[in-house]
Design a protein around this ligand. Structure first.
Ligand code: ZN
Length: 158
């Protein structure tokens, strides 16, 4: 995958982020099959659903597994998300056997794919997704900055 291809994936995730429920931090995630087919997309819906686990990645992984046709395994799939995944979502990606994780903005406070932790590339794991972070990072961060300018809620990031 070239950087240009990954930018296309993040562009789709940005579209999804912009459709997040009002009041929810606009993070978008999309799961693509090995052949590039989109399997599922979801926006962060934690506030809308009152569910602490309703991060974009979790919702997208669950939906993708339902359509992928190989039980819960998402082998060969790519998870594209506008913000660096947290520990929960990084862990879920490993458990789902996702092949690659591509993300936009870095999240130095809670990021678990290279920033604060590197959950997915822990050498003790037998399955380690490949990672490309910082794809269209400024654009992805801009969406979040815009949101937080108008919603001053502490501790509301992914
Ligand atoms: Zn998360």
């Amino acid at each position: 995958m070239t950087l240009r291809d990954d930018e296309k994936l993040i562009r789709v995730a940005l579209e999804v982020a912009s459709a997040a429920p009002a009041g929810d931090v606009p993070v978008g995630a999309v799961v693509f099959a090995a052949d590039g087919t989109e399997l599922a997309r979801a926006a962060n819906s934690r506030e809308a659903t009152g569910d602490p686990t309703a991060h974009a990645e979790i919702l997208a992984l669950r939906a993708a597994a339902r359509v992928h046709g190989d039980g819960w395994r998402l082998e060969g799939a790519t998870l594209a998300v506008t913000l660096e995944p947290c520990t929960m979502c990084a862990g879920a990606s490993v458990l789902a056997r996702v092949e690659r994780i591509v993300f936009g903005a870095w999240e130095p406070k809670t990021g678990a794919v290279g920033s604060l932790w590197d959950v997915v590339r822990d050498r003790r794991l037998t399955h380690r997704p490949q990672v490309r972070g910082g794809v269209l990072a400024d654009e992805c961060a801009g969406v979040l900055e815009e949101f937080f300018r108008t919603h001053r809620t502490p501790d509301a990031t992914s």
